[in-house]
Design a protein around this ligand. Structure first.
Ligand code: PMP
Length: 410
């Protein structure tokens, strides 16, 4: 069997879906006009398929900081921090993040994906157990593979199931690593962190929360779900990314365990890849200041998110279980999902299409992401497009009968 033959089935499936012209897994956005507006072909679209929660990608302060770093420090670091040295700005960002997150140690990685690989994949080796929520992000699964950890999945957002599995582990539970996310990227639901913390308090273990979608989004100061629920003291490690609310690229791990610093000498995804470009680091530092100085961005994000969630529910769509900047709309088969996604683009709205097996529950879904930078007119445009499809697409509407809301996800 030739090396590429194993992909034939995948290629056929993708080709069948892509016959209509637009490719949902390789969409070309020809022009980025603002954080919330783009052009696909000759059509202007509202961008609602990003993770640009605070809309900071076009923030003048972030752009200026990035441009200045580009001019002063060049286009790239051209090497890893271990081998080639750290730029002062990388170290300054780590100190600023440590202060913001109120944690002693912060390590910046080149992406959030690498932060998960670097932390989980290094801490949890073959003799360690990782208990992870079944809906955790691929980077968390990959991290477990990298380290060779023993993986035990518990049912999504089910603290009782976590407890049952920990009880079976007896003494071993005390050193196991529990991994959950602040906001889950597909349905926009939050971890039941208070319940999970309660299990951890009784049975032991270490708790890592991936707050990729919740830093800058949740908590009075934007530190994430743990802050929102007042349980930061029980979270051993927080993972974050710069690619969402902070509008750039990179990731970080933050902890109160001083020993976290040792990961710099053992974490392959830290050691064997180049560090982030100076422009990215500088724009993240400016974005972090915006998160702290402009709480109104979070207010606007939530007001937009609640409005979109309520209106799509009122239209009869089946959405994720709670209001969130990620508003998932569950559809039927992959073909129905594809047709729906395409019609949305024709109506000037760009969202993400997600197909099984990447979707919880095995249904196609479209994922709308809301931004503080969406104007109320833009949110209305999104709602109108969904309303139009509800009324005008008999095929999708018929499929919609089994997607009409039944009170959230089972
Ligand atoms: N963790 C979660 C929960 C994510 O959703 C993502 C990205 N979608 C990542 C980690 C990876 O982040 P990055 O894009 O910075 O690699």
């Amino acid at each position: 069997m030739a090396l590429f033959d194993k992909f034939t089935k995948l290629a056929q499936e993708r080709a069948a879906l892509g016959q209509s012209g637009l490719n949902p897994f390789g969409t070309r956005i020809d022009e980025i006009l603002s954080p919330t507006l783009g052009r696909i072909g000759d059509r202007e679209v509202v961008l609602a398929g990003t993770n640009n929660y605070l809309g900071l990608t076009f923030d003048p302060g972030c752009i200026q900081a990035g441009q200045q770093a580009l001019a002063l420090e060049g286009t790239g670091t051209t090497g890893s921090r271990m081998a080639n040295g750290s730029y002062g700005s990388h170290i300054a960002l780590e100190a600023e993040l440590a202060e913001f997150m109120q944690r002693q140690s912060v390590i910046v990685y080149s992406t959030g994906y690498l932060a998960n690989l670097g932390v989980i994949g290094t801490l949890a080796g073959p003799s360690d157990i990782v208990l992870l929520d079944a809906d955790c992000h691929a980077s968390i699964y990959d991290a477990c593979r990298l380290g060779g950890a023993q993986v035990i999945r518990f049912r999504h957002n089910d603290a009782k199931d976590l407890e049952r599995r920990m009880l079976r582990l007896r003494e071993q539970a005390r050193s196991a690593l529990i991994v959950v996310e602040g906001i889950y990227s597909m349905l926009g639901d939050r971890a039941p962190l208070a319940e999970i913390v309660e299990v951890k308090r009784r049975l032991g273990g270490y708790l890592l929360v991936d707050e990729a979608h919740s830093v800058g989004v949740l908590g009075p100061n934007g530190r994430g779900l743990a802050e929102e629920l007042g349980v930061e003291g029980d979270v051993d490690i927080v993972l974050g990314t710069f690619s969402k609310s902070l509008g750039a690229i990179g990731g970080f791990a933050a902890s109160r365990h001083a020993d976290m610093e040792l990961l710099r000498y053992a974490s392959r995804p830290y050691i064997f890849t180049a560090s982030s470009s100076p422009a990215s680091i500088a724009s993240v530092r400016a974005a972090l200041r915006a998160v702290q100085n402009q709480p109104e961005l979070r207010d606007r994000l939530w007001s937009n998110a609640r409005h979109l969630y309520q209106e799509l529910n009122a239209l009869g769509y089946r959405t994720g279980p709670e209001p969130s900047p990620v508003v998932a709309v569950l559809l039927g088969s992959p073909h129905e999902g594809m047709a729906f996604w395409q019609r949305l683009i024709e109506l000037g709205v760009y969202v993400n299409l997600v197909l099984p097996p990447a979707t919880p529950g095995g249904q196609a879904l479209v994922r709308c992401s809301v931004s503080a930078a969406h104007s109320s007119e833009q949110i209305d445009r999104i709602i109108q497009a969904f309303a139009h499809l509800r009324d005008c697409l008999p095929r999708t509407a018929a499929a919609g009968d089994d997607l009409v809301r039944t009170g959230g996800l089972a």
